[in-house]
Design a protein around this ligand. Structure first.
Ligand code: ATP
Ligand code: MG
Length: 260
């Protein structure tokens, strides 16, 4: 089982779009996937068609009140994908977490151990922050995916993100690696997008996914129908790109050669 955390404290860069559609892509490839929505905005939850009134317990109950993990997992209509949903309730989690002691703060470790044979991949969609929830996610992750939008100020804030990552790695999780930098909302006709692409590739030499996610309106429309891109429009450029990304992610495991 591989735990992938999608993070960037910059808002609106394509974290949720990537979390949902990578999860769906892996499901399409017959993998068993658990998507964990760690954002109080709950965009992954609603984006995969889970409505508020169908959520009994959410990720807050798990993180703050120690609700057993199996009580909060729900099935989605997306092939192969289950979800731990989020609600706005999660916005208050940081203060609760900050009052727990250090050992209690490592919230995910034991729970994820319990379900590790049920899933091939766990994908975590992080909020745009570097708060406690984010650090907890990083402390149990195997790989990080950092989506970067190909626009002005793309690299802004990355220094803080990278130093948080290296701190978590040193203190809690020596295994943690950056699986890939993902360029999102890419428009090959725009000079600026190409400049940003070159800059990112230079900065993160060898760590950038070959797949770039194009700006594609279908990707923005799909969540309002509660569907991943493969169910909404599987012939769109967005679907093609996320399928290519899925294949790159599956390759890690093959290159890795070991089962966790
Ligand atoms: N490749 C794309 N083409 C077109 N629109 C996109 C693309 N990727 C994301 N979007 C749209 O851009 C907006 C921001 O994307 P998304 O919600 O995935 O970012 P995020 O990083 O999760 O944001 P937040 O930091 O608020 O959680 C959304 O409206 C989404 O539908
Ligand atoms: Mg998001």
């Amino acid at each position: 089982m591989e735990i992938i955390v999608i993070t960037n404290q910059k808002g609106g860069v394509g974290k949720t779009t990537t979390a949902m559609n990578l999860a769906a892509g892996l499901g399409l490839k017959d993998k068993r996937v658990l998507l964990i929505d760690l954002d109080p905005q709950a965009n992954s939850t609603s984006g995969l068609g889970i409505e508020k009134h169908n959520i009994n317990k959410d990720v807050f109950d798990f993180i703050v009140d120690n609700e057993p993990i199996n009580n909060i997992i729900i099935e989605t209509k997306t092939k192969g994908v289950n979800i731990i949903p989020s609600t706005i309730q999660l916005a208050g989690a940081d203060i609760h977490l900050s009052m727990k002691n250090e050992s209690e703060k490592i919230i995910f470790k034991d729970s994820l151990e319990l379900i590790k044979n049920d899933y091939d991949y766990i994908i975590m969609d992080c909020p745009p922050s570097l708060g406690l929830i984010n650090r907890n996610a990083l402390s149990v992750a195997h790989k990080i995916i950092i989506p970067i939008q190909t626009e002005y100020y793309a690299l802004e804030g990355l220094t803080q993100l990278l130093s948080t990552i290296s701190l978590v790695k040193k203190m809690f999780n020596p295994e943690l690696t950056i699986g890939g930098i993902l360029l999102t909302m890419y428009d090959s006709r725009a000079n600026l997008a190409n400049e940003v692409k070159d800059e990112v590739q230079k900065f993160f030499k060898g760590q950038v996914f070959k797949t770039m996610i194009p700006r594609n309106i279908k990707l923005a429309e799909a969540p309002s129908t509660g569907q991943a891109i493969f169910d909404y429009d599987k012939s769109s450029r967005g679907a093609e790109a996320y399928l290519k990304l899925t294949k790159e992610v599956i390759k890690w495991e093959e290159n890795n050669g070991k089962k966790r």
